[in-house]
Design a protein. Structure first.
Length: 178
């Protein structure tokens, strides 16, 4: 398990903790809801097993491997979402931000608060100089989160990713270290 201390999330009743294999079933349950993934590039065809393999990778101590935190409610300790970094380049000091929120918690400021906590942490604790995020062009909620949290839209990546079998356009957003 990594020894990185999770960042603190102020102003919302959630906390970030290292994601664990025990979270896979609860994560899959909310990602299986069409509302959770309809405007994302998630591929859930591998089921809970695929999420467990992802989580195993997040436990790597290699600083260039992806890192992800579980977003848990302070009351009831429910999995509310996940957030972290992937596509990490140590040479260029860059990482790509990724997050998801359970539909029952969407629209409550959870994603924005978590982004506001993890991005400064990525700059300070991980030494990233650029944190970027790609978002499917129809994902209005995620676009709002990124713009509200200081990310700048850099351009449209046409046909950038295959989403459920079809090429899709994604917007590129980024923040630079202060």
């Amino acid at each position: 398990m990594r020894c990185d201390d999770p960042p603190l999330v102020p102003d919302v009743p959630v906390r970030l903790v290292p994601i664990a294999r025990a979270d896979a079933a609860e994560w899959f349950a909310y990602l299986s809801q069409p509302r959770a993934v309809e405007h994302t590039s998630w591929d859930l065809s591998g089921g809970v097993d695929a999420l467990e393999k992802l989580i195993d990778g997040y436990e790597s101590v290699d600083p260039s491997s992806a890192i992800r935190f579980a977003v848990r409610s302070r009351e009831g300790d429910h999995l509310v979402g996940t957030i972290g970094f992937h596509s990490i380049s140590l040479v260029h000091r860059t990482a790509e931000l990724a997050y998801d929120v359970a539909p029952a918690y969407a629209g409550r400021g959870v994603a924005s608060a978590c982004v506001c906590a993890i991005v400064p942490w990525g700059f300070a604790a991980r030494g990233y100089e650029r944190i970027q995020a790609t978002v499917v062009d129809t994902n209005a909620a995620s676009i709002r989160v990124l713009e509200k949290t200081g990310f700048a839209r850099e351009g449209l990546l046409r046909g950038y990713r295959r989403v459920r079998g079809a090429p899709r356009d994604l917007w590129m957003y980024a923040r630079l270290a202060p």
